[in-house]
Design a protein around this ligand. Structure first.
Ligand SMILES: *[C@@H]1O[C@H](CO)[C@@H](O)[C@H](O)[C@H]1NC(C)=O
Ligand SMILES: *[C@@H]1O[C@H](CO)[C@@H](O)[C@H](O)[C@H]1NC(C)=O
Length: 478
């Protein structure tokens, strides 16, 4: 957190099995529309995609928990169902550090200090985790396997300032001593205990982070750290995970406020020799944008961004404002294509209130879905975890395209049309690809991933019409 701040058809196998005969019907374009041609090059392979997601931290999850049952199911479908919803594949949970659950606090699993770092901790599990356990279990049922558990802070008694809020450092990292001792191992044990609670509940956490915006000491939970100080802790955390049978959990770092700061922190992690102990470099986009690749061998995730203050905007395109779906489509595209990101997460999925800090607004037991969610869905439903981004070229002015080869062989091309007019876009795949089935979906002001006609020529070229100020995903199989 930075500031306190339907119904498309499934890509059915039968449809995919038979070549689409729809090239001549229905007519896809008016006679004056020209066709632009993109070329996919499967030999150009870039990063592997882990997915797309959001958080329900700081008790935002309770807005879902508290919905009436029918609305709750509809909303969970909209988030996680890969056929009728956006098909999100990553959930970012906050690991609590608060001694209580007042306001939007995320309560700690060890709210009371045991007195010293080596004393036996007083762990308690409330079976709720600020509503996040419910959402996690639901996401798990839909097949979500990227569960990112992220501590904003250690409990206050482990920190130099004795408080989970207002910054402060973890006692025992470089240059930060405390009278109470060195709490690095105790904090590592604490995080492992949290992972075990989730395992006992049937949800395996896949990624573990221990910082949020560590260059910033806000009035809510947060902890300061340099990359070097993060490395001091990673040297303890990594062997602790392995010894506790959590070697499958990938350590992330550092959820910096912006890309440039994360770039410096990443260099410090490398200098300290811990890069190989990490699975993923994580960063937010508030103070600088993911428009260049971070220099690392690890996967890179953009783990938090939102239009925090803008008045609620549900449209895909209105006037080019910060909350519009089309803008978010472009931001996701840029992070994937220009910054080598393997994942892109919005800040909050669902919560109340009148800003764009969430994808879905909860009001009076009901929900309102913004088109930002469908911009994510166009990517998330077509580029599934494990997909590899591949080369695509030839996008005309005003159009952005990216392409992904999924592990099940489906090729997805995600096309954003920022221009006012519809464009017909044909896609050719180099190197003897023979398209045998194709589907396409569009989102714009009047469609939420609506299925549209897509034609396939005998040569295997597939084409559809992308509406002005809209986006399309083509998903094809050989
Ligand atoms: C280790 O964790 C795996 C899940 O990753 C579990 O299946 C296995 O039973 C655990 N082994 C022990 C000894 O706890
Ligand atoms: C992109 O990220 C991968 C790890 O996911 C890395 O191996 C590769 O070198 C990165 N490419 C660039 C251009 O940074």
């Amino acid at each position: 957190m930075h500031v306190l701040r339907l119904l498309p058809l499934v890509l059915s196998t039968s449809l995919l099995a038979s070549p689409s005969p729809s090239w001549h019907n229905p007519p896809l374009l008016s006679p004056r529309q020209s066709t632009s041609s993109l070329t996919v090059d499967l030999t150009k392979r870039y990063q592997t995609i882990d997915g797309f997601g959001f958080s329900e931290a700081f008790q935002r999850a309770n807005t879902i928990v508290n919905l009436p049952a029918t609305k709750q199911r509809e909303l969970l479908d909209i988030f996680f169902d890969p056929i009728k919803g956006a098909g999100f594949t990553i959930l970012r949970n906050g690991i609590g550090s608060s001694p209580d659950s007042s306001s939007d606090h995320m309560n700690s699993i060890a709210p009371k200090s045991p007195g010293s770092p080596t004393a036996t901790p007083n762990y308690v599990w409330d079976g709720k985790d600020s509503g996040q356990l419910f959402v996690s279990k639901e996401a798990w049922k839909y097949g979500v396997r990227n569960i990112y558990a992220n501590a904003w802070s250690a409990p206050g008694y482990m920190k130099t300032n004795g408080n989970e809020n207002y910054g402060g450092y973890l006692c025992g990292v470089s240059g930060q001593r405390c009278a109470s001792g060195d709490w690095k191992q105790a904090f590592a044990d604490y995080l492992v205990r949290y992972l075990r609670y989730y395992r006992e509940e049937g949800v395996e956490v896949s990624h573990l982070g221990f910082l949020n915006e560590p260059e910033f000491g806000p009035s809510y939970a947060g902890m300061l750290s340099s990359g070097t100080q993060a490395a001091d802790f990673i040297k303890i955390l990594a062997p602790t995970l392995i010894a506790a049978n959590f070697s499958s959990v990938g350590i992330t770092c550092c959820d910096a406020e912006g890309w440039s700061h994360q770039s410096s922190m990443t260099s410090q992690l490398q200098s300290a020799g811990v890069e190989s102990k990490l699975s993923t470099i994580t960063s937010h986009s508030y103070t600088s944008s993911p428009n260049f690749p971070l220099s690392t061998t690890r996967r890179v995730w953009q783990t938090e961004y939102a239009d925090l203050q803008g008045a609620w905007q549900a449209a895909f395109y209105s006037y080019g404002g910060a909350g519009e779906g089309l803008r978010w489509a472009g931001l996701i595209h840029s992070a994937l294509v220009n910054a080598n990101c393997s994942a892109y997460l919005y800040w909050i999925g669902a919560q109340g209130g009148a800003t764009n800090s969430k994808l879905v607004r909860i009001e009076n037991g009901n929900y309102i879905v913004s088109k930002r969610l469908w911009a994510f869905g166009q990517f998330s439903r077509s580029a599934r975890p494990g997909a590899v981004r591949v080369g695509v070229s030839g996008a005309p002015y005003g159009v952005q395209a990216s392409a992904y080869l999924n592990t099940d062989g489906k090729l997805a091309v995600v096309i954003i049309n920022t221009g006012a007019s519809a464009v017909k876009i044909a896609v050719d795949v180099k190197g003897g690809w023979k398209t045998s089935g194709a589907n396409a979906w569009v989102t714009d002001n009047s469609n939420d991933m609506s299925q549209i006609p897509i034609g396939v020529t005998e040569a295997g070229v597939f084409s559809a019409t992308v509406p002005g100020r809209g986006m399309a995903s083509y998903v094809v199989v050989e």
